[in-house]
Structures are given as C-alpha cells and as structure tokens.
Design a protein around this ligand. Structure first.
Ligand SMILES: [Zn+2]
Ligand SMILES: [Zn+2]
Length: 148
C-alpha cells in the first residue's frame, strides 16, 4: 500500500453487532446467479472482492461451508450476509463482502454478473455489464454442480 493515508470504508450488519472496515478501494461489484448464491442470498448475491489483509471485522460472525471450497458468513444475531469466499484456489486470498454492509454500497458499481444465463426470467440485471455464462465461468473457476 502506497501513500500516507489509505482510505477506510466502514460497514455494519443490520443490528450493528458485526462491523467491517476495509482499507483501500472497494473496487467493483459482481453479481452471481448460481444456484447456491440464489438460495443463500434469497435473490441474487452481490459481492465486493477485497483481499483479506485489507479487511478487519468484529462481532458474532457465523460461517457455513456451502461446498468443499466455499464459505458463507453472516451475523449470528440478525442474519445479515457478510461474505462469501473460496477456501482454496486464488479466491481464498479475498473475501467477497456483501455491498449492503456499506451505506450506498460504498459508492461501488456493479460491473459484472456471473451465471448470467441462469438469471430467473423475471429478474435480469440491466446495464452494460460484463456477463459471464455458466459454461464460461465453470471452465475457468472452481464450481459446484447445481443439483438442488
Ligand atoms: Zn447483526
Ligand atoms: Zn454463486
């Protein structure tokens, strides 16, 4: 990290018991329409991919291993989604933080949607997004078969 003062962005869960502070830029938001993300988020999961060493968190965080290589975290008091992360591979160095932890999504912008071709018919994200299909995503990344 260069510069004298790295910018910090503070976020929290609905009840306030979990706090998250990111040092440095939040980057862009990506959305995922895969089966597990849809079920877990209740609709469409969005995330800000931040290197773990730039994230400080505190509070009653619970985690669930949603596959052999993925973990999902939430506030044990109010249920707010906190992060998704890979637990192996390149993605393990980052947490995909829930944008809603931060007021106004911290000013971050949605730029990418994966499993774009799996979006429910009535829910297509609009705009000029980098749209990655299930086949293309799975050719390049760890994934679980969507069997549920
Ligand atoms: Zn909470
Ligand atoms: Zn997903």
């Amino acid at each position: 990290m260069s510069g004298t003062h790295a910018e910090q962005t503070k976020g929290r869960c609905l009840c306030g018991a979990v706090t998250v502070t990111v040092t440095g830029p939040l980057g862009d938001i990506s959305a995922c329409h895969c089966g597990p993300c849809t079920r877990w988020s209740g609709s469409v999961l969005m995330g800000l991919e931040i290197p773990r060493d730039r994230v400080v968190y505190d509070g009653p965080i619970k985690t669930y291993a949603s596959s052999s290589f993925a973990q999902r975290a939430w506030c044990d008091t109010c249920g707010t989604a906190v992060w998704f992360t890979d637990t192996e591979g390149d993605g393990a160095a980052c947490l995909e933080l829930a944008p809603g932890l931060f007021d106004g999504f911290g000013g971050a912008q949605l730029t990418r949607v994966v499993y774009a071709d799996q979006a429910p018919e009535g829910v297509k994200l609009a705009g000029n997004l980098d749209r990655v299909t299930k086949a293309d995503y799975e050719a390049a990344n760890l994934h679980v078969e969507d069997t549920q």
